[in-house]
Design a protein. Structure first.
Lengths: 108, 115
């Protein structure tokens, strides 16, 4: 069983829809990262969370430490948001584990 | 700003050959790490370093060596390449603010094929 579970694996949305991607992990962590991998392969870090909520433009990330769960929301989705979104957890010793990713396709 | 620079972008090796994947960052980040990404496996941490002279193993360290003699550079060495090491490799760096760590900056990746 993967230490980091993401859902859904694949997601197709129409432009303008509200998107939610979920991430659950099994043991205590020091931080959680959300990454975006573009179709060309490049990886961009979107958020690093240790508690609460962060917002950047149309992206919102939340984390519930007690429930070991995080969500990434995209408001007013756009075709340029099409990418793979990856959840990663960092442990206190700086070791990291990754979710398998959620492939998002936003259709015009 | 150059950010994180990985070289080469593509490499083909024969089984048993050795090579070094280079990673350099110009942001004075103390934390650097290497990952491999395989279809169906996602990203996996190979080795990481929290500062010059300090390295540690991640999830899949076997077959790889690292060193961190300077803050800027974190090379990954394959001593005897095997087909199982065919993968896309990413290097990343980040820094701390107090007790927390910032978002990571990733290199563009190295696509390695071992035949």
């Amino acid at each position: 069983k993967n230490e980091v579970e993401q859902s859904p694996q694949n997601l197709t949305a129409q432009e303008g829809e509200f998107i939610t991607i979920n991430c659950s992990y099994s043991v205590g962590i020091s931080a959680l990262h959300w990454l975006q991998q573009h179709p060309g392969g490049g990886i961009v870090s979107l958020f690093m969370l240790s508690s609460g909520k962060k917002k950047h433009g149309r992206l919102i990330a939340t984390i519930n430490i007690q429930e070991k769960h995080s969500s990434l929301h995209i408001t007013a989705s756009h075709p340029r948001d099409s990418a793979v979104y990856i959840c990663a957890v960092r442990y206190n010793n700086n070791d990291m584990r990754f979710g398998a990713g959620t492939r998002l396709t936003v259709k015009p | 700003n150059a950010g994180v620079t990985q070289t080469p972008k593509f490499q083909v090796l024969k089984t048993g050959q050795s090579m070094t994947l280079q990673c350099a960052q110009d942001m004075n980040h103390e934390y650097m790490s290497w990952y491999r990404q395989d279809p169906g496996m996602g990203l996996r941490l190979i080795h990481y370093s929290v500062g010059a002279g300090i390295t540690d193993q991640g999830e899949v360290p076997n077959g790889y060596n690292v060193s961190r003699s300077t803050t800027e550079d974190f090379p990954l060495r394959l001593l005897s390449a095997a087909p199982s090491q065919t993968s896309v490799y990413f290097c990343a760096s980040s820094y701390s603010i107090g007790a927390s760590r910032t978002e990571a900056f990733f290199g563009q990746g190295t696509r390695l094929t071992v035949v």
